[in-house]
Design a protein around this ligand. Sequence first.
Ligand code: ATP
Ligand code: MG
Length: 346
Amino acid sequence: MGRFSLTEDLGIDLGTANTLVASRDRGIILNEPTVVAVYKGTNEVILDGMGVGLEAYKMLGKTPQNIIAVRPMKGGVIADFEITEKLLRYFLRKAQQGKAWVKPRVVIAVPSGITTVEKRAVINSAERAGARKVYLVDEPMAGALGIGLPITEAKGSMVVDIGGGTAEVAILALGGPVVVTSVKVAGDDLDEGIVAYLRKKHNLQVGPQTAEEIKKTIGSAMPLEQERSMEVAGRDTLNLMPRKTVITSEEIREALQEPLRVINRAVLDALEAAPPEIGADLIETGIVIVGGGALLPGIDRYLSKSTGIPASISEDPLTAVARGTARFLEDLDLYSSFLSEGDEVG
Ligand SMILES: Nc1ncnc2c1ncn2[C@@H]1O[C@H](COP(=O)(O)OP(=O)(O)OP(=O)(O)O)[C@@H](O)[C@H]1O
Ligand SMILES: [Mg+2]
């Protein structure tokens, strides 16, 4: 199927924080926050186009009274079906640019830990949003293919995907996954760690968007060559008045310790569950980190230190899973053992 076909199959990374759509020929077509702005008390998306993705994200935490910005995915799974379906419908339409004469087949990356019922929900949402046939693939597996790991070959390799809602670990060998684990602790929990820390240690109340900004600006998993600081604006928890405080990167690192420990535990659990024979391969190929959490400075050193295996950050970690979903479309038969599929719909 080339560019003259009546449809183009699509890969989707339906993430807690970001949704990406990709295709074989066009690469990443769309990359926007998983946020929808609706009229309060309804599931009605505001001003078509203004209400989904980036524009809605800008409204988080500062919407006018009659509008709320909703994140319909939580912990990697659909928390709000109707809104997720609307988001998918809007993104599918936008990605297809009016050339959808025939409904596309789609490969969707989902957290490896989701239940059968949750899988069904993703399939149903995508079908109602306009997909002809839906294939699901575990996120870390899509990440592995996205960064070019030879997932159908025998060699052992390991991928850690740290997203917004889940952290996932996959160890591959003998042409398939040998261990896949997942915890519902990831970027959102790092943000929450910062919120809690500032409240406790500085009597300062900040929202999740501010916490995320702090994490991206001065967050780290390991000591930095040059420690940093920034001024943070929030509200005093005692007198409720606006206040500014200077926060250091050492403090933020402390705030991130607990969620980082949980993620680290998942990585160690996966390694312990893997057959010992592939240890030599893993020491050679190392751990590759994908997902937005890979951008936290020092996360590679942090995981290397705890596992004793070299860890590296993938190129463009935020798009790795989406690029992988598009690569599955190149040969659905070859990769069938990695995919679970829904029924074809008309
Ligand atoms: N520079 C950065 N430093 C630290 N964290 C970052 C940085 N940039 C993005 N992130 C975090 O990465 C997370 C989003 O990553 P990603 O898009 O991979 O998640 P997702 O795929 O939407 O979520 P999930 O896979 O859990 O459903 C957010 O928590 C975001 O704060
Ligand atoms: Mg993800």
